[in-house]
Design a protein around this ligand. Structure first.
Ligand code: HEM
Length: 217
C-alpha cells in the first residue's frame, strides 16, 4: 500500500520533512556511522577543501560581489586592512573558512541527526535566502547548486583516493555523502520556496509552467 505523506506538513514540520527525505533516500543510522568513521579522513583535508571552495567562490565576479557586500558588515573586523572594491579581506576570508570547516566537521561527527541538528542545517540554508533579510547573503540559487556539486566532487575525490579505505567503505562513504547533500540541498531550496508549490490542488503543470524558458515565442 502507498505510504501517505502529508504535503502540507512537509512545509511546516522540519522533522517530518527530514523523515520523508531520509526514508526516500534510505539515509539511515548506518550512513551516519559511515560518515562518523570517515571524519578523520575528511578532517585531514578540511583546510584543502575550504581553500578550494573559497578559490572557486572568489573566481567569479557574480559570486564575489556577495562577499564584497559582506565586507561592509565586517568593518570593525577589517579596519586594519586595506580593502578595495575588488578584494575581500583575508581576516574575513579566514573567518568564513573557519565557519565552513565547522559546518563540514559537524556533518561528519554528528552522531544523531536530532531536531537541533536539523534546525542548524535548515538555518544554514535560510541565511543564503531572502528570508534571512540580509542583502549580502541573499544568494541566487544558481551558485548554491554549483557549489554543492563542487563540494561533493572534492569529498568524493578525497575518499576515492584514500589508500587506507577498502572499496566497500569508499562506496558507502560516497553514497552517504550524496544523501547528505541531497538533504542539505532540500533544506536550502525549501527556504528559497522552490520545493512545494502554494496551490494544493493539482500536481499537473499549469499552462504557463509548461512553457520552455529557452523556446522563442
Ligand atoms: C554548498 C552550498 C553552501 C554551503 C554548504 C554554505 C555554507 C555556509 C556556512 C556554513 C556559512 C556560515 C553560516 C554561519 O554560521 O553564520 C555560510 C555563510 C555565507 N555564505 Fe554560504 N554556503 C553555500 C553556498 C554559498 C554560495 C554559493 C555563496 C555565494 C554566492 C555563499 C555565500 C555566503 C555568504 C556571503 C555567507 C556569509 C559569510 C559572512 O558572514 O561573511 N554561500 N555559508
Amino acid at each position: 500500500m502507498d505510504e501517505h505523506i502529508d504535503r502540507a506538513r512537509l512545509t511546516h514540520d522540519l522533522h517530518y520533512r527530514f523523515e520523508y527525505l531520509a526514508k526516500f533516500l534510505n539515509f539511515t543510522k548506518d550512513d551516519i556511522l559511515v560518515l562518523n568513521s570517515l571524519a578523520p579522513t575528511i578532517f585531514a583535508h578540511i583546510k584543502f577543501i575550504t581553500e578550494k571552495i573559497y578559490d572557486k567562490l572568489y573566481s567569479y565576479d557574480v559570486i564575489k560581489k556577495y562577499f564584497l557586500l559582506r565586507n561592509d558588515d565586517f568593518e570593525s573586523f577589517s579596519s586594519n586592512e586595506l580593502d578595495t572594491s575588488t578584494t575581500v579581506s583575508s581576516i574575513q576570508t579566514d573567518f568564513r573558512k573557519d565557519m565552513l570547516s565547522m559546518y563540514l566537521k559537524k556533518i561528519f561527527v554528528q552522531t544523531e541527526w536530532n531536531d537541533i541538528f536539523l534546525q542548524y542545517l535548515s538555518q544554514i540554508g535560510e541565511i543564503h535566502t531572502e528570508s534571512d533579510h540580509t542583502v549580502s547573503t541573499n544568494v541566487d540559487y544558481i551558485h548554491v547548486n554549483m557549489l554543492f556539486g563542487y563540494l561533493e566532487h572534492l569529498l568524493i575525490d578525497i575518499i576515492w583516493n584514500e589508500a587506507c579505505l577498502d572499496d566497500t567503505k569508499k562506496r558507502l562513504g560516497i553514497r552517504a555523502i550524496n544523501k547528505v547533500f541531497r538533504i542539505q540541498n532540500d533544506f536550502f531550496t525549501m527556504h528559497y520556496g522552490m520545493t512545494i508549490r502554494q496551490d494544493t490542488h493539482s500536481v499537473a503543470p499549469s499552462k504557463n509552467q509548461r512553457k520552455c524558458f529557452f523556446k522563442s515565442e
